[in-house]
Structure formats: structure tokens, C-alpha cells
Write a protein that binds this ligand. Structure first.
Ligand code: KG4
Ligand code: ZN
Length: 334
């Protein structure tokens, strides 16, 4: 069974081709250089870049796999959530191929695909349900309880910004070039001082699972303004204190969710799962509580990528969790 998967929800044009469980080819065109000029992703610009890149990326994947479009059994495409102009590029191309060649197409939810990225490097039986999952990236910050692959309950989410968005904005406040989040975590790791808990921990209600990071963002802004000129040491300290304030809360909430829901498996997914400090904290806390912790081991699978679209499709097809559609995709309930 050959599956072609498209992911264009933000600023990566990613297409992957799988045969059964084997990755044949994956290609991702990054727009980092383009967005570097503005310092953030402008949706119209991102959409134009997707349109410019998508056929080259597709051709590359087909050439590498030595596969013709006619040989594809299923197509999958991210339909939501994401930047609408970006999503539309992937949806239009995927739907057109589906329509013209009569290939069934599946609508894939981006957040669900991030959760499923945990299955990319593991056997299905390794991840035991029920479980709780924290998905956290630039656009979302939520905790789910999953009693099985297809039954989810949202336990909480952000009331304002996601943790990823806070990382992005703090990088910008300190004058770091886009994308600044890897630099923030690098600077944080370089900090040699002791923690002074410079910034507030926003737990909201400690027994619930909602988040808020806008107050923390404002606190960092005040600190940056107060210091007026940031030397390397200031950047390291602010990054360290900021990262600790975010990760302490994320770690506390996911562990608390696992305790309250009496589950033994904890998953982390989304772009922020690439953060080493967060991975280490949740891994440690899971060990202390006797939970089994999983996150994507390869960082490429933490960030937006078409392989995660494929893995969700793979299990949907395997368990009959899809409607046979040709040509049009639809927005699933989430
Ligand atoms: O999932 P993703 O690729 O795109 C969205 O769905 O938003 O996540 C990208 C986001 C970045 O904007 C950044 O906020 C966050 O993931 N991120 C990180 C790290 N790597 C990516 N945040 C903290 N530390 C990192 N190492
Ligand atoms: Zn994402």
C-alpha cells in the first residue's frame, strides 16, 4: 500500500511517500530564509512560497521513490488547524490529484498527527493506552486523555498563547533572528548561574489543565526593557529563567493529569517537544511516578513534517477509521 502525505499548515512544505510501513522518500522545503526578513510568518507570504515549492517537492519525492502518481493508493493532507492560506495550497494540490486519478483522500488533523508522531519510531504495542498527551507547539498547547487511539477527551488548553508562541516572542524581544527558539534553549543551557525564579509560574488552578503564557511574556518584556542593553550573560539568564518558568508548568500539568486520570503512559508531542530541558524534566518526573514516557526521538518528527501525517493515515486505514472520499477533503470534528 502506497501512501502520499502532504503537510503545509504553516511554513514547511513537506511531502512523504510510504510503502506499507517503510518511508520511501520525504522532502521538506523550509521557508526560514524568507521569514527571516520579517521575523515572523506572514500567511500570504507563506502561502506563495508553498505554491512555488510544492510541485518541486512532490516531484523530488516521486523521483526518489521511483513511483508514479497513478501507483498511489491513498492521499492524506493536513486540513486543520493551521494558517488557512498555507493549508489551502496543500489541500488544493492533494485534492486535485485525488480527483483526477480517483485516489481516495483523507483529511488529517494537524494536532492529532503530532500526537501520532510518537508511533513513527515505535511498534504499536509499545505505547499502552490509556494515556495522557501534552501537545505543544507554536499554534497549540493542549492536554488530552486518550482511552484508545480514537477516543480522546481534552483536559485543558491554553487560555491565550501557546508555550511555543512564548518562545518565539521572547526570542524576538531579545533581538534574536527568526527562528529564535533554538537559540533561546541553547542560551538557557549555557547559563551557569543559579535559578532566582525571576519569572512567575502561571499554574492557574493547580488541579486543572489550562495554561496561560501571556503574563510570562509581559514579565520577560519588562525585564528586557529594564536591562536596556542585553549582554550575552543577560540573554543566557533571561532564556534560562524563561525556559524554566514554561517547562516547570508544562511538566507539572502533564504529570498531574496522569495522576488524576490514573494512567501509566505519558506522551509529549509538537514543536516544543524538541526542547531538551522539557524532555528531561518530564522523563525524570515520569520515572519518579512510575510512568512510561514517550516523545519523538528524532527532532524532525517533533516539528511539522509529512511523516506524521502518514502515520495517522496508516492507522486510520488499518482500523477503517476514515470515509472513502475522492477529490474533496472535509474538516473532521476535533
Ligand atoms: O509543530 P511546529 O513545527 O509548528 C506548529 O504547529 O506551530 O512547532 C514549531 C514551534 C516553534 O514555533 C517553536 O515555538 C517551538 O515549536 N519549538 C521550540 C523548540 N523547537 C521548536 N520551542 C522550544 N525549544 C525548542 N527547542
Ligand atoms: Zn505543528
Amino acid at each position: 500500500m502506497k501512501i502520499l502525505a502532504f503537510e503545509t499548515s504553516c511554513d514547511d512544505t513537506s511531502i512523504a511517500l510510504f510503502e506499507d510501513e517503510r518511508l520511501i522518500a520525504m522532502s521538506t522545503a523550509s521557508q526560514i530564509k524568507i521569514h527571516n526578513k520579517t521575523g515572523w510568518v506572514v500567511p500570504e507570504v507563506a502561502s506563495r512560497e508553498h505554491a512555488n515549492a510544492i510541485f518541486d517537492v512532490l516531484q523530488e519525492v516521486l523521483d526518489e521513490g521511483d513511483v508514479a502518481l497513478q501507483d498511489i493508493d491513498y492521499i492524506g493532507v493536513t486540513t486543520h488547524p493551521g494558517l488557512i492560506p498555507s493549508l489551502l495550497t496543500g489541500i488544493t494540490v492533494a485534492s486535485t490529484i485525488s480527483h483526477s486519478l480517483k485516489i481516495p483522500i483523507l483529511s488529517i488533523n494537524h494536532i492529532e498527527a503530532h500526537i501520532f508522531s510518537n508511533f513513527l519510531e515505535r511498534k504499536e504495542s509499545e505505547i499502552e493506552f490509556p494515556l495522557v498527551c501534552l501537545t505543544v507547539s507554536g499554534g497549540h498547547n493542549e492536554i488530552y486523555h486518550m482511552s484508545d487511539m480514537w477516543t480522546r477527551e481534552k483536559l485543558g488548553g491554553t487560555q491565550d498563547d501557546s508555550a511555543g508562541e512564548a518562545f518565539d516572542k521572547v526570542a524576538k524581544m531579545m533581538g534574536l533572528e527568526y527562528p529564535g527558539w533554538p537559540v533561546v534553549s541553547k542560551l538557557a543551557d549555557e547559563y551557569k548561574g543559579v535559578s532566582s525564579k525571576l519569572f512567575p509560574r502561571s499554574y492557574l488552578n493547580k488541579s486543572q489543565f489550562n495554561f496561560s503564557f501571556s503574563g510570562l511574556k509581559s514579565a520577560v518584556k519588562r525585564e528586557v526593557d529594564k536591562r536596556w542593553k542585553l549582554f550575552l550573560q543577560d540573554k543566557q539568564e533571561i532564556s534560562y529563567e524563561f525556559q524554566a518558568a514554561v517547562n516547570e508548568v508544562l511538566c507539572y500539568k502533564i504529570i498531574e493529569a496522569a495522576k488524576q486520570k490514573w494512567v501509566e503512559t505519558v506522551l509529549l508531542a509538537g514543536g516544543v517537544s524538541a526542547n531538551d530541558d522539557l524532555r528531561a524534566r518530564i522523563s525524570e518526573a515520569s520515572k519518579e511516578n512510575g510512568f512510561t514516557f514517550f516523545c519523538p526521538t528524532k527532532k524532525v518528527y517533533c516539528m511539522d513534517n509529512a511523516a506524521m501525517i502518514w502515520i495517522l493515515m496508516y492507522y486510520r486505514v488499518k482500523y477503517g477509521q476514515f470515509e472513502k472520499r475522492i477529490g474533496t477533503v472535509w474538516i473532521e470534528k476535533w
